[in-house]
Design a protein around this ligand. Structure first.
Ligand SMILES: CC(C)(COP(=O)(O)OP(=O)(O)OC[C@H]1O[C@@H](n2cnc3c(N)ncnc32)[C@H](O)[C@@H]1OP(=O)(O)O)[C@@H](O)C(=O)NCCC(=O)NCCS
Length: 181
């Protein structure tokens, strides 16, 4: 696997996002984005322009975009935050690998750890990070454990069909290199 890098999502990336969001392995677990091009633009353009408080990135492998990753202060999304219960220094994190041939090769944990270092605990300045896969998304839960996240608690979020299996990692945890490859 080549070097991983990150760049901000741009308007020009939306057709790629539209393609990825209509790929079966993504559609199964990622339901916040819509399937038409108009829905994709409606969802992600506010992130790109800064009108909504989510920081959107692509991750690249050897300079080829292979997936999408985003972070945000959980408390900047009040409807979600009241079901989670965190301080202002806690970020949320979500991602998907868009290119199906990159799934299941250990890329997700490597991307997450690099993104935590460079962005979430780096430029974004959070002190802890929470990720909330559906409790039946076993591949994601395993990938996040390999990245160093540990189970925190379950949360029922209105509009989601299954409870979120919340996992957490702090700056100190990442520094301790407690990942379990
Ligand atoms: C979740 C995701 C980011 C994980 O990244 P990844 O690089 O695929 O993760 P890994 O390769 O480390 O695999 C993690 C676990 O998934 C399982 N897995 C591996 N290949 C798999 C496959 N082809 N199909 C299903 N599960 C698989 C294994 O249990 C593996 O653990 P192991 O390495 O101990 O055997 C990625 O799979 C993905 O984007 N999935 C689709 C969208 C999604 O679920 N997003 C997360 C929403 S919370």
């Amino acid at each position: 696997m080549g070097p991983i890098s990150f760049r901000r999502l741009t308007e020009g990336d939306l057709p790629l996002m539209h393609r990825w969001l209509n790929t079966p392995h993504v559609m199964r677990w990622w339901n916040s984005g819509g399937q038409t091009m108009a829905e994709v633009a409606e969802k992600y353009l506010p992130y790109i322009t800064g009108a909504a408080p989510t920081e959107p990135y692509l991750f690249l492998c050897e300079d080829t975009p292979v997936g999408y990753i985003q972070t945000y202060r959980i408390n900047h999304w009040p409807d979600y935050a009241r079901h989670i219960g965190v301080d202002d220094d806690t970020a949320g994190l979500d991602l998907f690998i868009g290119q199906p041939e990159f799934v299941g090769q250990g890329l997700g944990p490597a991307v997450i750890r690099a993104f935590l270092r460079e962005v979430v605990f780096g430029s974004f300045g959070a002190r802890s990070c929470v990720i909330g896969p559906a409790e039946d998304n076993h591949a994601a839960i395993r990938a996040y454990a390999k990245a160093g996240f540990r189970f925190w608690k379950r949360a029922v979020v209105p509009g989601e069909s299954t409870p979120e299996y919340l996992m957490r990692i702090t700056v100190a945890d990442l520094a301790e290199e407690r990942a379990t490859p």
